[in-house]
Design a binder for this molecule. Structure first.
Ligand code: 5AD
Ligand code: SF4
Length: 469
């Protein structure tokens, strides 16, 4: 691993443009344009990074393809938050070894969080020699240069940095959706929750300048985007470290003023940093959706302490009460981990108690996954998977019926839905209500991208069924 010796600047972006053009010239001359396939693992941040990879590859003259098997350039944008995401990457790489024998011109690139771990790089160097290009989370913008180096040297290129320098603005981006978009407002995390690998692979927290964010969102609105999702590992601490004094609440108010944008979402919020100022901004800004994703992870104060979450169960519940009082019909979703080292069945009961009290509209529930290098990995009393599974199932038996009950309460209501795709049921489309619940209803696909009124007629546990009004 190395520290970059040149700070990426806007001049650097121009340099990368030159590499993109050189590669495009090569691809132009080919009989058939090479095709690329991006396999994205993990969170919204990675999904958004993949849109930048897509934009850069297109600028280099590659064409996208629907299936990995048809691709000449395959790139995995990896995640390492839990072990199973890593195992999938290794499994797929094993398969690609055979695919590359059949198509020796195929190039394989790996990037993202998993690549920031030295043990992973060692494994790739030793066992996966068919990989051509490897880079990490801090130098995504260098993709063109790395491809060029690989073409020129015809040997594997590894370029992993151990820290971030400046933020490179204005990378070419191809968005997955025309009418909704993710916007990074900050990168990295300083919280060091003891189970979490993110601070080690995404580096320290750094915020983008508000003027850059606003400029990007204005351009998105001009391009037809109606919904933006402001992205950061901990959006509530947005602004720290910037020369200009600005809080996340103030940023939200600025975004709320942008013409053309109709919905504003954000994630993720850390309970310890959620201010009264933010709750007030959410309540007062008409475009901010009535939904908050507020991970609580565990209900036991002992477990929370050992997780280094820096709040208590009581503080979390008070916060939820405050939010519900200020924004009465808000939907609250969360993340929960079961099986943290030393967690007892009584501790899991505390988690279940929080779920009963808050009544979450949705919960991402995870079994604790030991991540080498994090403090929790060397804590005593690691829990057997079987035991964790018992607590996990018990939790789901409480969480899911509540989600269903809350959805049932919506039957009969007319909701505003942003239509975002075609359902697997023929003739049906899917969309999201303002509180982020999925709705299936009969309509033609021309409505994709529109915000329409839908009457809710029925519901399943995880989605609503409706009729277009
Ligand atoms: N094991 C299980 N879940 C984890 N998460 C983060 N690290 C781990 C881990 N080691 C979960 C947390 C976080 C979400 C994005 O992933 O719940 O909020
Ligand atoms: Fe991981 Fe905690 Fe940072 Fe979220 S806040 S990314 S869980 S360390």
């Amino acid at each position: 691993m190395r520290t970059p010796n040149t700070a990426p600047t806007q001049g650097e972006l121009e340099r990368q443009n030159q590499f993109m053009l050189k590669i495009a010239a090569l691809n132009d001359k080919k009989e058939k344009r090479p095709r690329f396939f991006i396999n994205t693992f993990g969170c919204q941040m990675n999904a958004h990074d993949s849109e930048k990879i897509n934009g850069m590859l297109r600028k280099m003259g590659y064409l996208p393809c629907e299936e990995e098997k048809d691709a000449d350039f395959i790139i995995y944008n990896t995640c390492c938050v839990r072990e199973n995401a890593e195992n999938k990457v290794y499994g797929n790489l094993g398969y690609l070894k055979h695919a590359k024998k059949e198509n020796p011109d195929m190039k394989i690139a790996l990037c993202g969080c998993m690549m920031q771990q030295p043990t992973v790089i060692e494994t790739i160097r030793k066992k996966y020699k068919h990989v051509d290009i490897v880079f990490g989370t801090f130098n995504l913008y260098k993709l063109a240069e790395l491809i060029w180096t690989n073409i020129e040297s015809n040997s594997p290129v590894f370029d992993i940095w151990d820290k971030h320098e400046e933020i490179v603005e204005d990378l070419p981006t191809v968005r997955k959706f025309k009418y909704k978009a993710g916007v990074n407002i900050m990168f990295g995390c300083n919280n060091f929750c003891t189970y979490c690998i993110v601070p080690y692979v995404r580096g320290r927290e750094r915020s983008r300048r508000p003027e850059d964010i606003i400029k990007e969102i204005r351009a998105l609105a001009d391009d037809g985007v109606k919904e933006v999702m402001l992205l950061g590992q901990n959006v509530n601490s947005y602004g720290r470290g910037l020369d200009e004094k600005i809080t996340f609440a103030q940023l939200l108010r600025q975004v709320n003023e942008i013409d053309g944008i109709e919905r504003i979402r954000f994630m993720t919020s850390h309970p310890k940093d959620l201010s009264d100022e933010l709750i007030a901004a959410m309540a007062e800004c008409d475009k901010v959706c009535k939904h908050i994703h507020l991970p609580f992870q565990a209900g036991s104060n002992d477990v929370l302490k050992r997780m280094n979450r820096r709040y208590t169960k009581e503080h979390y519940l008070e916060l939820v009460d405050k939010i519900k009082a200020a924004i009465p019909d808000i939907a609250i979703t969360t993340d929960i981990i079961v099986g943290f080292p030393g967690e007892t069945p009584q501790d899991v009961e505390e988690t279940i108690d929080v779920c009963k009290k808050v009544r979450f509209n949705g919960a991402f529930t995870f079994i604790y996954s030991k991540r080498t290098g994090t403090p929790a990995a060397s804590m005593p009393d690691q829990i057997e998977e079987k035991e964790a599974k018992t607590g996990f199932n018990k939790l789901l038996d409480v969480v899911n019926p509540i989600v269903h009950e809350l959805n049932l309460q919506k039957v009969g209501n007319v909701c505003k839905v942003l239509v975002d795709g075609i359902s697997s049921d023929p003739g049906f489309v899917t969309g999201r209500t303002e509180d982020n619940t999925l709705v299936h209803f009969k309509a033609c696909e021309e409505l994709i991208g529109d915000i329409v009124d839908v009457k809710i007629t029925d519901c399943k546990t995880f989605y609503l069924i409706g009729e277009l009004q």
